[in-house]
Design a protein around this ligand. Structure first.
Ligand code: NOJ
Length: 548
């Protein structure tokens, strides 16, 4: 019987790792980071000569659209607390800090006629402080806070945005490119265009489905490409940095894996969500995915439009956009189950609309995956594996950097659910790497609790808790901060590392506002241990069968 024991044992070890050293390691030069964005953490909404952004405008004119009627006028006050922010990145042993620049802080009206010295100085100081501690700044040029004056011209739906964005990008590349070597142009085009113009979910909250989001996407892709060309021609050689874009997508799985129709629906989800922006940049031939072009053209015709609601690129534009990224930045959080939206529009989508064009019904109905502090976010680690592999195969193995991944809760320092999420998602990323996918880095969303857009301060993504009632916006590490430090230090996941609150955290916990304590999650079963129990059961039953 012993003869059979060792082969089975080795198979199990191969699947789950060595029980003695549970750490699974990432490639040597893997980049570990944490992220934030300007509007969500800075505050100082009208400090010095900062201009109004579309988010300032939205929260001030329509507070009722925000879950807790709040705004980010002060939020985590990083406009003043930036030194502490850098200290936190250092405490985490993360090598990279991803943050964004606020366009209206730098150019209050959106144009070059007024550049704010205070705005430039703020980011310059932050970058210098990061470099002092050997932390790589990764800068997002645009993360949703458009100058309101440009919105009054139609924002991203007006082609005027292209030269305006290029001027803004030129200025920041000139000002910071000597020290910043990692850039992304734009964060999450889908959210900017569909959630901002098609739906009522993000500023400017147009709620005008089916038309402006495609105009926005078209201009956005051109603006992105112009900036990358400019960087490559005028800056890259001299400054030696790299530039990409950050795209977002959830994963899509067929609701019924045995149904060819559901499998097609999931594939359509990928083509519409990822392909809309990725195909023009990363595919071999450029342009929007064929299925996206065809469906929107045909539906537009049926609906009585004389042209497709999806604008067409010229050959020259297709060529100019293709290849404009040194890496693929990916933000992802969850997965949806997809099925086809029947001809009679069973999903009840507005006609026309992006969702109706895509023609799939996608949701979490009936799944028992761990939930979070956000209704839209359920944990399904295999989803990130499938998504990364889909991108790898679709676009010829680009370098993928996970620029955002993380989970929300409703508060508290004992965030074991976040620990489980990070460990299991990272484990799935590692599976993809071991399959030969080029994933070069992973950036947790988020460094600290911050303003979660329309959810206000209700949903917390931070590794650090922020006391939004204290004048200095005190930051305290959660359990997940200590686990992530361990991950960064060891370049790997260790399932058995589950620290309990230390003295500093216990003191901080005693001072937390009541609403923060309400959301505390109890310690969950250790998933690593669970894997081992499962494997041992398997081993014992196999041995039994062999000895019978
Ligand atoms: C993506 C966005 O880039 C970020 O701003 C947001 O807070 C997270 N997702 C979580 O919703």
């Amino acid at each position: 019987m012993l003869k059979i024991f060792w082969p089975i044992f080795f198979v199990i070890v191969a699947i789950h790792g060595n029980p003695v050293s549970e750490t699974r390691r990432f490639p040597q030069d893997f980049l570990w980071g944490v992220g934030s964005s300007a509007y969500q953490i800075e505050g100082g909404w009208n400090a010095d000569d900062k201009g109004e952004s579309i988010w300032d405008h939205l929260v001030h004119t329509h507070p009722e659209k925000i879950d807790d009627q709040s705004g980010a006028d002060v939020t985590a006050d990083s406009y003043h607390q930036w030194r502490r922010d850098v200290q936190m990145v250092k405490e985490l042993h993360a090598s990279t800090y991803r943050f964004s620049l606020s366009w209206p802080r730098i150019m209050p009206g959106g144009y070059m006629n007024h550049v704010s010295t205070a705005g430039i100085k703020y980011y310059s100081n932050l970058i210098d402080e990061l470099l002092r501690y050997n932390i790589t700044p990764m800068v997002t040029i645009y993360h949703w806070d458009l100058p309101q004056r440009l919105q009054e011209l139609g924002g991203w739906t007006n082609p005027e945005i292209i030269p305006a964005f290029k001027d803004y990008a030129r200025l920041v590349l000139e000002m910071f490119g000597d020290r910043v070597k990692l850039w992304t142009t734009i964060n999450e085009p889908y959210q900017i265009c569909e959630m901002g113009y098609g739906l009522d979910y993000m500023a400017p909250s147009y709620k005008y489905p089916g038309i402006p989001s495609y105009l926005c996407g078209h201009n956005l892709l051109k603006a992105h490409a112009e900036v990358v060309h400019m960087y490559r021609e005028q800056f890259q050689k001299r400054q030696g940095g790299r530039i990409g874009i950050t795209l977002s997508s959830s994963g899509f799985a067929p609701r019924n894996p045995d149904s060819a129709e559901d499998r097609e629906a999931a594939e359509r989800g990928f083509q519409f969500f990822v392909g809309w922006f990725a195909h023009p940049i990363f595919s071999r031939h450029g342009n929007y995915p064929k299925i996206v072009i065809d469906r929107i053209r045909n539906l537009s015709k049926e609906q009585g439009f004389t042209r497709s609601r999806l604008p067409e690129f010229t050959q020259a534009e297709i060529h100019r956009i293709r290849g404009t990224a040194d890496f693929f930045g990916l933000n992802t959080y969850t997965t949806y189950l997809a099925t086809t939206n029947g001809h009679n529009n069973t999903g009840n989508f507005p006609v026309p609309s992006f969702d109706h064009d895509m023609g799939i019904i996608y949701n979490h109905d009936g799944v028992d995956w761990p939930s979070s502090g956000s209704v839209w976010l359920k944990s399904y680690p295999k989803g990130i594996y499938d998504l990364i592999k889909w991108i790898h195969h679709q676009y010829n193995g680009p370098e993928i950097m996970v620029t955002e991944n993380g989970v929300s809760d409703r508060g508290g320092l004992e965030d074991y659910a976040r620990v489980d999420y990070l460990n299991s998602y990272l484990s799935a990323v590692l599976d993809a790497i071991e399959d030969g996918v080029n994933v070069s880095g992973y950036i947790v969303w988020s460094l600290m609790d911050s303003y979660e857009w329309k959810a206000g301060f209700n949903e917390k993504f931070g590794l650090y808790h922020v006391d939004f009632t204290s004048p200095e916006r005190t930051r305290t590490p959660k359990i997940s901060a200590r686990v992530y430090t361990h991950i960064c230090k060891n370049n790997g996941i260790n399932w058995s590392y589950r620290p309990t609150l230390n003295k500093e955290q216990l003191v901080a916990m005693a001072q937390l506002p009541a609403e923060d304590l309400a959301g505390i999650s109890g310690a969950k079963a250790n998933t690593g241990t669970w894997h081992w129990c499962w494997s041992l059961t398997l081993l014992v039953s196999l041995l039994r069968r062999v000895s019978e």
